[in-house]
Design a protein around this ligand. Structure first.
Ligand code: HEC
Ligand code: HEC
Ligand code: HEC
Ligand code: HEC
Ligand code: HEC
Length: 368
């Protein structure tokens, strides 16, 4: 009885709660906590320094409207709405995706209290929570949520298509493609955007219906928890007649990094007889611009350089440094979130954490 009373108190307190995440937190605490640190939560100019630095330079800013809102803050135009960034209900009410030239669009369902989701074995279920049963339904056989209905039948939540309304591509007014994520990553039910970026992690998805695991809601990526994706990058070594090769295999179905501000580097050091020397660093970048020079995205109409490692590519990098048995090579692949060459122009040169080099994968090879 005590439990039931606590539960009634909890549900009624929910009605007066303000923010959506506060509501969800009551029953999905682990997921909400992960989400608070994700770049989806921090996607607006209030919380993302890189985004805000680019927005500050954007010609639309003077005109008023926040033209990035469609993807970076889809809830509305007020300050409070923009601060929400992307929220739980943004994704969980996406019914369908429409592909358009400029960028794609999410078609949101009109029912704010039914959430789409995916779960193996429940693909055909739509669960409506019946209020009468809620107070008696605290036992383990209860299904559904006392706060919302659940629709497990949306195919887009099994293939990763749900991510593509915002992630597929974006063009500027010259119809020049600024960034894109290959569609191949959002087809297969076994491996897609969701399985790589929201891997199953320890901890229950809800406090009410206990599960061993839940889908990680911190959305591992270049800005947050990049090392969770290390397993999708392979480094190998191969001796040649004149030196050696380093092989970089990108197991992601899209460019190793998709945003044109990033700069990847491959760093190699050679240790012989106790002394270590750095060999040539190789960069992998995609720079967009105009008239042969890098430019801000809204001015760009051409690719200036593209050495980025493509989806599923195995890149072979040649070193003409001779090696002999017993030599030790330390190989690192990592990146700068903002290409160091662009920091100053974006007034970000004072941001220490944006200057740091993040290692994605590191491996040692002993020459034999
Ligand atoms: C009062 C408790 C409660 C609140 C509040 C609540 N949920 Fe739930 N939710 C549940 C329960 C219980 C389940 C599991 C139902 C089942 O598995 O049968 C669930 C399931 C879900 C699922 C589908 C899980 C699956 O199995 O794939 C999603 C998505 C979801 N909730 C989102 C949300 C969001 C977003 C919010 C905040 C707006 C929220 N929930 C608030 C109790 C709650
Ligand atoms: C069609 C959806 C969409 C629109 C519209 C959009 N973006 Fe983005 N933006 C994204 C996605 C998705 C990412 C994630 C990174 C990636 O895939 O390149 C992103 C990432 C970024 C980043 C990198 C952020 C970081 O954390 O490093 C910047 C900067 C950025 N966007 C600026 C803008 C600006 C400025 C506008 C408006 C003028 C805008 N975007 C409009 C989808 C969009
Ligand atoms: C960027 C899109 C996105 C956002 C934002 C998002 N979710 Fe999810 N969520 C998903 C997808 C996709 C799945 C299905 C995962 C799967 O199939 O493993 C999911 C699964 C779930 C589940 C199912 C249980 C599980 O396996 O983990 C719950 C519960 C849930 N989300 C709650 C929330 C809550 C609460 C928030 C806000 C704090 C939220 N989601 C924000 C996309 C999102
Ligand atoms: C409503 C639009 C929207 C949807 C839907 C969406 N994203 Fe994003 N996503 C963004 C934007 C915008 C960013 C860039 C945020 C920033 O850095 O400012 C982003 C960033 C990311 C990042 C980079 C995080 C980092 O730390 O660098 C990953 C990974 C990601 N999204 C995965 C997903 C996955 C997986 C899904 C589908 C389950 C999804 N997104 C759905 C808009 C969206
Ligand atoms: C096989 C695993 C895998 C799949 C499938 C996958 N990704 Fe990735 N993704 C990665 C890896 C690896 C990285 C690079 C490491 C990092 O960003 O930390 C990455 C990086 C990203 C980033 C950050 C890029 C940047 O420049 O900031 C975004 C956004 C992203 N992926 C979105 C998606 C979306 C959307 C899909 C589905 C269409 C998808 N990914 C499918 C593994 C995957």
């Amino acid at each position: 009885m005590e439990k039931i009373l606590v539960f009634i108190a909890m549900v009624s307190s929910l009605m007066f709660a303000k923010s959506e995440t506060e509501i969800c937190k009551k029953c999905h605490p682990i997921i909400v906590e992960e989400f608070q640190n994700s770049m989806h939560r921090k996607s607006s100019f209030y919380d993302d320094k890189i985004h805000s630095a680019v927005w500050d330079k954007h010609p639309s800013k003077e005109k008023g409207g926040y033209s990035c809102a469609k993807c970076h803050a889809p809830h509305g135009k007020t300050e409070e709405d923009i601060k929400k960034g992307i929220s739980c209900s943004t994704c969980h009410t996406i019914q369908n995706i429409e592909y358009h030239t400029q960028s794609s669009s999410n078609i949101y369902s009109k029912d704010p209290k039914t959430f789409f989701s995916a779960e193996k074995g429940r693909e055909t279920q739509k669960i409506t929570y019946k209020k009468e049963s809620s107070f008696f339904g605290m036992n383990k056989t209860a299904v559904g949520s006392p706060y919302h209905d659940i629709d497990y039948t949306n195919e887009n939540f099994y293939t990763g298509q749900v991510c593509m309304g915002c992630h597929s591509h974006r063009k500027n007014s010259d119809e020049f493609t600024l960034c894109k994520t290959d569609k191949d990553g959002a087809k297969d039910k076994e491996q897609n955007c969701i399985t790589c970026h929201m891997p199953k992690t320890d901890g229950s998805a809800t406090t009410i219906r206990k599960s061993q695991k839940h889908s990680f809601h911190g959305f591992a990526g270049a800005r947050h928890k990049p090392q969770m994706l290390s397993e999708y990058i392979e480094l190998d070594f191969e001796k040649t007649a004149t030196g050696f090769h380093i092989l970089v295999k990108n197991k992601a179905p899209h460019d190793l990094l998709t945003h044109p501000l990033r700069a990847i580097e491959l760093r190699v050091t050679l240790t012989r007889d106790g002394s270590t020397a750095a060999l040539k660093t190789n960069s992998f970048i995609k720079v967009i611009g105009r008239d042969g020079k890098p430019s801000m995205p809204w001015l760009a109409n051409a690719i200036i350089v593209d050495t980025m490692i493509k989806g599923n590519e195995k890149r072979v990098i040649t070193y003409n440094d001779s090696v002999k048995n017993g030599d030790k090579l330390e190989v690192q692949i990592g990146y700068y979130a903002v290409n160091p060459g662009a920091l100053k122009q974006l007034n970000l040169d004072g941001e220490k954490e944006l200057k740091k080099f993040t290692v994605l994968k590191q491996k040692y090879f002993i020459v034999k």
